[in-house]
Ligand binder design. Sequence first.
Ligand code: SF4
Length: 284
Amino acid sequence: MTTIKELSTEPYKPDWCPGCGNFVILQAVKQALVNLGLKKEEVVITSGIGCSSKFPQWINTFGLHGVHGRGLVMGLGVKMANKKMKVIVIGGDGDIYGEGVNHFIEALRDNVDITLLVHNNLIYGLTKGQASPLTPKGRVTSSTPLGNPAYPLNPIALAVSQDCGFVARSTTSHMKHLVDMIMKAISYEGFSYLDILQQCVTFNKVNTMKWYKDNCYEIVKHKVGDKKKALELAFKEDSLPIGVIYNIKKDEFCKGHPILNKNPLIKRKLDEVNIKSLLDEISY
Ligand code: SF4
């Protein structure tokens, strides 16, 4: 079993702004991995671009830091190549719901056994505070000086509407809850999606840690398999519910695939794969 200390990258430390919510999520992920008894060699963390996407550099597991919006694609590829690994995808609200939204939808459809953790601070942080697909309408940002004219996406409603097997929300203001939600997400067999509301202390002066404390409440007595109720929770705006919003069983992609359900692809011997007929077909 791995310890918190073994997951540390000391003496190298994250270069996030002091007080950023990314620190809280990093600590929560480490705690969840330790609580689940996972070895660091069993875990791969992939990410796209953004402040949060530097995550794989700051935790001592396997990791891949890719291009904008493509953390999910890499995570799916890793899992399909080696289904024995626990795959966690990290991305911000800009990265996942903007540049990567097509891959988000694909992941909802495929149901490959990976976990998506979205660092949702309602803004693009790394590129200096532009409006993201989740920035509230009317909000003044560096790219919307007259107020954001667009309506925000509702990714939780989107995920529930597409029958994502595990949909949850937590915040960096609820540490114990956050660790619990990450553990539940990683333990789900299939695509699990956790939206984490976090502070960006530099570019979002509205949604602070205190704001999330004051405006979120924990879900109690909710039938997690009830889609209608889950959608009601997803559309709540006055105060934001946190917890497991939707949870159903679904067929996992690799299990139902005639090749991927056997040994991991990385165990296949390439000399056993005959592509001659395919090459003959496409060569002139
Ligand atoms: Fe965190 Fe915002 Fe600073 Fe990025 S800009 S490191 S999200 S506080």
